[in-house]
Write a protein that binds this ligand. Structure first.
Ligand SMILES: Cc1cn([C@H]2C[C@H](O)[C@@H](COP(=O)(O)OP(=O)(O)O[C@H]3O[C@@H](C)C(=O)[C@@H](O)[C@H]3O)O2)c(=O)[nH]c1=O
Length: 181
């Protein structure tokens, strides 16, 4: 397991050692001690899995305090463009994002601590799995519109398949205004 830093402090891309043999592959998708050595000390208490058809975009989602979640994300089958948006008001990279490809070949893990918005675009029919450090809390759910020009995320598609709920998410400006209230 090897971690690679990203331009945003706290966000990590983690490369597991994928062992191939005549039967297929094997890798440790979660190993507490090795992740701790890479600086990830979180206690994950919920695992989620979703299937998304090619062209589906989910996000950008987060949970507000006190139900904030760190996430450890990976693709079981398929390929996504996965995006983390820095929503930590005190961060020098507040409002900036980092995008990365997660797939079922490299099996890269994407770690985002509390304070990030998360979204992904399915580039193929995809099963995505992620660990979370807090339970789902519908009352604490927050989000930002995937296509907000201020975030300027290059999704590479003009009209992805987005849920009605996600189409109505606030803009980044509305989000920042809500912080100042
Ligand atoms: C997130 C979540 C949803 N649900 C339910 C609510 C709803 O009926 C159904 C689908 O929920 P959603 O439409 O919110 O699912 P989805 O759009 O996949 O939401 C997820 O998006 C990605 C980007 C994230 O980062 C996640 O934290 C989560 O917000 O599942 C749970 O039961 N537990 C959960 O933890």
């Amino acid at each position: 397991m090897r971690a690679s830093l990203t331009p945003i402090q706290g966000l990590l891309e983690i490369y597991p050692k994928v062992l191939q043999d005549a039967r297929g592959y094997f890798f440790e998708s979660y190993q507490h001690k090795k992740l701790k050595e890479l600086g990830i000390k979180d206690l994950f208490i919920q695992d989620n899995q979703s299937f998304s058809s090619k062209g589906v975009l989910r996000g950008i989602h987060f949970q507000n305090s006190p139900s904030q979640q760190s996430k450890l994300i990976r693709v079981i089958k398929g390929r996504v463009l996965d995006v983390a948006v820095d929503l930590r008001p005190d961060s020098p990279t507040f409002g900036r994002h980092h995008a990365t490809i997660l797939d079922d070949v490299e099996h890269k893990l994407f770690y985002m601590p509390e304070g990030f918005g998360h979204g992904f675009l399915a580039l193929e029919d995809t099963i995505l799995a992620y660990k979370c450090t807090d339970y789902w809390d519908p009352a604490a759910e927050g989000g930002i519109l995937w296509s907000d020009p201020e975030l300027a995320i290059d999704w590479g598609v003009a009209s992805p398949n987005v849920s009605e709920k996600d189409q109505k998410l606030p803009t980044f400006k509305e989000f920042t205004n809500s912080l100042n209230r």
